[in-house]
Design a protein around this ligand. Structure first.
Ligand SMILES: *Cc1c(COP(=O)(O)O)cnc(C)c1O
Length: 230
């Protein structure tokens, strides 16, 4: 069943790539497995997926112990500074950095183990009060500040678009974040590349790919709806 869901998502990704003339290899599918049991992650792993996204540090730590070591774990949720040390050794990419204080803590922990940790800056594209992320107007300044930290490398931007039934409504936000990343890239800041753009979820990943996403984060579309009341 999960294999069928995944096939459907893969077909959609290919369709979106074809529509805008991008290569499939330019887009990484991250299977967002939060709240889902290890058995389901295994099933998707066996279909060839190696990138998994979680929004809780504890869940990453528990699942990674039980699953193959070649999985790339993506931290996509709000990150508390006191939890940073648990993921810094193994995380593939932290998508959700939106303050200097958080970056500073990542840098401290990364320095201890002599690692350079790749991160994305989370931008609140629609200025929604309920969401984390830095305002688009303040992003360049934050990038400039974080870029000075030696044990962090900034790879791009991430955004969570508003919830909507109609993905077209999010196209302007994806465009805006793409433009912002191009503007920041032009500044040629040391230690900063804008090669990665993490945007698009189950409801809107095809539109996000058309607007330049290089990482799409799909949960429900692969694993089915989440039940938080268990
Ligand atoms: C849960 C989550 C997703 C996946 O959402 P779906 O709508 O289930 O695809 C993507 N990104 C972030 C940051 C999330 O927290």
């Amino acid at each position: 069943m999960l294999a069928e869901n995944l096939k459907h998502v893969e077909d959609n990704i290919q369709t979106a790539c074809d529509k805008c003339g991008r290569k499939r290899e330019e887009v990484t599918l991250i299977a967002v497995s939060k709240t889902k049991p290890v058995s389901m992650l295994s099933e998707i792993y066996d279909c060839g997926i190696r990138d998994f996204g979680e929004n809780k540090v504890q869940e990453i730590c528990e699942k990674r112990e039980q699953l193959p070591a070649d999985i790339h774990w993506h931290m996509i949720g709000h990150l508390q500074r006191n939890k940073v040390k648990y993921i810094v050794p193994d995380v593939e990419l932290i998508h959700s950095v939106d303050t200097y204080r958080l970056a500073e803590e990542i840098n401290i922990q990364a320095k201890k183990i002599n690692r350079i940790v790749p991160i994305l800056i989370e931008v609140n594209a629609a200025n929604e009060e309920s969401k984390f992320g830095i305002a688009p107007e303040e992003t360049l300044q934050l990038v400039q500040e974080i870029a000075k930290l030696d044990n962090i490398t900034i790879k791009g931007l991430m955004t969570i678009a508003p919830y909507t039934e109609n993905p077209e409504e999010n196209r302007p936000y994806f465009k805006k974040i793409k433009e912002l990343s191009v503007d920041i890239a032009k500044e040629n800041i040391d230690n900063v590349s804008m090669d990665m753009l993490s945007m698009g979820m189950t409801g809107d990943y095809m539109v996000a790919i058309e607007e330049g996403a290089t990482l799409v984060r799909v949960g429900t579309g692969i694993f089915g709806a989440r039940n938080y009341n268990k």
